[in-house]
Write a new protein. Structure first.
Lengths: 216, 216
DNA sequence: TTTGTTTTCAAACATCTGTTTGAAAAATTA
DNA sequence: TAATTTTTCAAACAGATGTTTGAAAACAAA
């Protein structure tokens, strides 16, 4: 199945609709009927093309996973092919640029995938347990190694901690998961424009990474 | 209703069970039957004491909201009553200390509430729209003002952005929402111990806050 | 066209959802 | 004690959930 042009168009419409709804409402709060209605297809189509709702979720993720991994690895590769070793700022720029690029190009899923990532950290769906490390293991390992070289004053452990912090800040920022939006009536900052977010984010992260070690 | 000792004990058992389950599975994926079964009470008890599932969620939040707001405001108040103006590190310590304290004291909800907060940024429940700004508006305003004074080289806007970044990193760190946990098979960093998290977090955030402005 | 495959569709499936009911039990008040 | 209120409980409620069915429609290959 899913070989003809017709089938491809239908399954794509389902993926597009599901992506938006999963990001907006989360996995559990998004029903099959919401998805199929939004996609303009029959309810049975989801099970026909993706087997189950879980299968659809996985497919939604898989479609964006490769471009994202490719983009971030490409940027890092360019950096490391130079003759001078990249510093923390440049490595971060490569990573952020990949995300921002993804966020700008609608054909790559736009900001939706970044937001979906942000959700997934908080509520990881069991079905991704296996595919995520396979897809992003290399990305993570290579960025961690690059940071390690750029930050010789930090231990392995502490480099991992800081990567944890920077990705949290980054994904939430791109997703617009703003504390202020929740805590204040008129938040001053509520933008999701990837360019603006990246510009605000970079000085913060660069300084945070270069900070002295916590361990004495 | 909810005046006798018996009623108080029952409603507390419901709140405790619901808190754990909401944090673990989220609002939608947690059913009434899961909650009442875990609490050892009849299904109807939730509607009897809290009116509805939404009402229960609000009650779960409200129970922890006041102690958290009080703790963070107390720490800031102590700082500002000194004769020297606090710097960014000290202000952050006050904020983080409040969260860590909450995380350590089980009677205050332990880490559960911090994790629930983390979830709420990503999937804000409509029922909190009104109560959150009322509860945390003052906390946010006072911390933002303190940061503003401690970071005169930053605009209002940029202070807000950095507060956004620091809270994202903080809540995710305390909640253990680790990118590495999702991306790698054997994450080096997976601790949720508030003391350790706070020690790793502080140098990163302090440096990030003090970083030069992004705007030229 | 005829044959075979792929795709759509309305309807029904069993199961789970949050909520309500009305009576029994327990606790409190008089 | 008896009268009254508060709290529990099993059962049922209407509606939504993901999934399956089997036939009709659309398409492709012969």
């Amino acid at each position: 199945m899913a070989e003809t042009a017709k089938a491809l168009e239908t399954s794509t419409r389902i993926l597009d609709a599901a992506e938006v709804l999963f990001v907006e409402h989360g996995f559990d709060a998004t029903s099959m009927r919401m998805i199929t209605q939004s996609a303009g297809v029959n309810i049975a189509a989801v099970n026909y093309y993706f087997g189950s709702k879980d299968g659809l979720f996985k497919a939604v993720f898989e479609r964006r996973a490769e471009p994202f991994a490719r983009l971030t690895l490409e940027r890092l590769g360019e950096l490391e092919s130079r003759d001078v070793a990249p510093n923390a700022r440049e490595i971060t720029e490569a990573f952020v640029a990949g995300s921002a690029e993804l966020g700008r190009d609608a054909s790559l899923g736009g900001l939706l995938f970044v937001r979906l990532m942000g959700r997934t950290f908080v509520e990881p769906h069991p079905i991704l347990k296996e595919s995520m490390p396979r897809r992003y293991g290399e990305v993570t390992r290579r960025y961690l190694a690059a940071y390690r070289r750029a930050l010789p004053h930090l231990s392995d452990q502490e480099v991992h901690w800081r990567f944890h912090f920077l990705t949290s800040a980054m994904f939430n920022a791109f997703a617009g998961n703003n504390v202020l939006r929740l805590f204040m009536d008129q938040p001053l900052v509520n933008a999701r424009d990837p360019i603006l977010v990246a510009r605000m984010l970079l000085p913060f992260i660069e300084a945070g990474l270069n900070a002295p070690a916590a361990n004495p």
